[in-house]
Each structure stands twice: as C-alpha cells, then as structure tokens.
Design a protein around this ligand. Sequence first.
Ligand code: ADP
Length: 273
Amino acid sequence: MEDRRKLMEEQDKRIKERMGKIKHKIAVISGKGGVGKSTVTVNLAMAFAMKGYSVGILDADVHGPSVPKMLGLKGRRLQVSEKGEILPVLGPMNIKVVSMDFLLPADEAPVVWRGPLKMSAIRQLLGEVDWGELDYLLIDLPPGTGDEPLSIAQLLPDMDGVIIVTIPSEVSEQVVKKSVKFAELLKMRIIGIVENMSYLSCPKCGERIEVFNGGAGKRIAKSFGIPLLGEIPMDPKIAKEADSGMPFVVDFSSKTAKAFEEIVSRIEKALGG
Ligand code: ADP
C-alpha cells in the first residue's frame, strides 16, 4: 500500500513536470456523447497549428477514442525513446497526438478497461509522455460529467480551463448546467461554450438556415454568464473529412473553417496569447 502511494506521488510529480512545459492546457468537455466534442477538438487543434502554434492532443476519451481516426492515425503505435520516454504520434501539421487507441491491439474488439486499470494506465501514460514544449494541449475528455471525466481531469495539473461543446437542442440548458458544475468541482475556469451543429449553411447560396431554435448558444451563454466562443454549422463535409482522416479546417475558405478560426482567436484573447 505504501509502495503504491509512493508510486502515485512519483507519477503525479512527473506529470506536473511534463505539463509544466506546456503553455496552455485546455480540456474539451460535453454533457453527453455525440455532440461533436472530438470533431471540435481536432479542428481547433488544426486551426491553432495553422496559426503557427505547436499543438498537442491528448485523447482521453477512453470509450471511443476517435481522434486518431479523424487525423488519419488509426492503427499507429506510441514509440518509446532511448531514454524510455513515450513519444506522441505526429499527425497533420505536426500535431502531437496521444490516445489510448495507440495502446490497444489493432483489429480486435474494443478493449473494456476496468475502472482502476484504466485510471492507472492513464496516470502512467501521462507521467511518461514526452510532449516537449507545446503552446497548446487540447484534452478530449470522455463525454458526460460523471466520475470518469472527473477523475481524468483531476490528474491534470494547472489547467487553463475548459471548453464546453454543446448542441442547440432543448436539453442543452440542463446539459450546460451540468458542465458548469463539473468545472466548478474541478475549480477550473470555463473559457467558453462552443455551439456545434448550430445551423445549416445552404450549400448553394450560403444562407443560414436555423434548424433548431436559433440563438440557443447565445441565450445559454448569457444566462450562465459564460462567453460564447463560436457557432459551428452543421456541415456534411465535416463528417466526411472526419472519416477520411484529414480534418476540415484545412479547407480554410469555408464558413465552418472560419468559425473555428474565430474560436481560436477568442481563446487566444481569453488566455492572453
Ligand atoms: P463526440 O466526440 O461528442 O462523441 P464526434 O466528434 O465523434 O462527437 O461527432 C459525432 C458525429 O457527428 C461524427 O460522425 C461527426 O463527424 C459528426 N459531426 C460533428 N460535428 C459536426 C458538424 N458540425 N457537422 C456535421 N457533422 C458533425
């Protein structure tokens, strides 16, 4: 027991050291799955990288690690350096990616990580990964606001804050409320809300079509006193690109890409560059 406690303290110290070399650490959270949390994480990472920042993504969504697929890195494995450090996989625009998916055997049924095993695997991984110096690390946490995302977030020291990804459905308000509570529990700042699948952009004329009740993100942000970082349209291309492994932002002429660029500018401003 004593040994285990010592090991955990040692790991926490190492995590702190490694994280200390990263200027900004942002957790991306959502009240529930399927709202586009990973899509937003990956595209924000691309938008930051395109601005010249060095960027990393920690895919801590242990249920369905989808970041590798979205970046065309499925099936890749983490390498170990001569010094015994774990090296992230390099993705497009030199984005450094660490995902539980890189630890799982390929072509097998998804591994069900038992709770304690999962946490100790993540803790060990975080202590051993050599991110080097980074400007931004985006952390894709598991969906929801339960014990699991909470425990993982608690492993990460000195975070700048969280970004809440939501969609404009009726339940949004309740979902956001839970996310706000989550951030409060962690004593983390809420950098802002991203409303995903906010509206439809007509592919022919570019007109904005409100599918849900328009302006939900704005209203929610206002009622909670949280900044609205941006509204991302529902865009068939985003899903297609996610499947092909090249994130959308690369096509930077589109409205969707512009929305991501704007969000990045707002985050930069909020965090002081
Ligand atoms: P989460 O990480 O919240 O579970 P994902 O990022 O995996 O959600 O997205 C769920 C699905 O929705 C994916 O198939 C993704 O391609 C699609 N998707 C996400 N955002 C958009 C969008 N703005 N327009 C169209 N499809 C989207």
